[in-house]
Design a protein around this ligand. Sequence first.
Ligand SMILES: Cc1cc2nc3c(=O)[nH]c(=O)nc-3n(C[C@H](O)[C@H](O)[C@H](O)COP(=O)(O)O)c2cc1C
Length: 342
Amino acid sequence: MKIGSTRLSGNLFLAPMADVTNLAFRLLCKEHGADFTCTEMINADALVNENRKSVLKGLSCPEEGAFGVQLVGNKPETLRDAALFVEEEYRPALIDVNLGCPVRRIRATGCGSALLEQPERVYEIIKELSDCLGERTPISAKIRLLGSEKKTLEIARLVEKAGASALTVHGRTAAQMYSGKSNPGPIKAIKEELSIPVIANGDIKEEKSAAEILEFTGCDGLMIGRAAMGNPFIFRRIRHYLKTGEELQTGEAREKGEEPDTREELQAGDFRNRQFRDFEAYVGLLKKYDLLDSINLRIHAQWFTKGMQGSRQIRERINNLKDSESIIELMKALSEDSHIKF
Ligand SMILES: Cc1cc2nc3c(=O)[nH]c(=O)nc-3n(C[C@H](O)[C@H](O)[C@H](O)COP(=O)(O)O)c2cc1C
């Protein structure tokens, strides 16, 4: 698929997630088949007014390939200045505007999903960014649903009219936060209305939900968030399923040099091996890009052990550890404990 003049390798997007999608994690997702990655939201005011170096520390690297930077803010000029700075420094393939964050702290400053209640401001922001950068760097927006489909469609149309090159839609309202089900109906309606690429987001958990949402909405791309936390391998699984209509099977996966990930293997321990191996690779990347001290490794390690046999006990053991090195050592010891070596 193409966004503006940028051709992507495919249509699987990693969702921007604060405190999750740092550079190391994004690189791991790319390795496992994500076609496009995006930074977590970066506050445009902080970028313009504070120490840019610290705000942008480890933002991206040439190995990341096509990636987007997401900005959060509510003043067209500040967002423009922040975008120009990011463009100059990092040459992202896309600059995305956060119009969906439901967190009270963000809404209180008139940003994120609070902007959805101000359509004129949304238009001004996207227009300013598109006029100043659009020729070189496409602009996109990420929205949530509004109370009615009519209102949601109005915002979507406005974003397109203002010059955006793509739109991501999370099928929940801001009031829902992350509860209830994501509703793909309005996403489908938006896709039918707009000419720019539309990316569907919300509750893509595994192969089947990915295929169903893609087929039902007719969207150009799929964006995966929480299901990728501690599980970057999900991109490989979904990619394989969308291509072949089949889930990765043990023998087949091994032949292709891919790791197995079926329920039986989960019991057999292969799954466990893969999760530990991904964690090891993740730590390697965090160290390489000097990011280990900027994240809460305890939480990240827990995500990587999700679904494993004994995960509750592992979580407790991780919780009792004081520093990153002890967590890394424990994860290594646990991986060596597994009866299948890698
Ligand atoms: C921990 C966390 C942090 C998030 N941070 C952001 C963010 O910085 N920007 C954004 O647009 N959405 C953010 N989101 C929302 C996700 O991008 C995505 O829209 C949402 O999780 C729904 O997709 P999913 O069902 O695949 O998780 C965040 C979600 C989570 C769980």
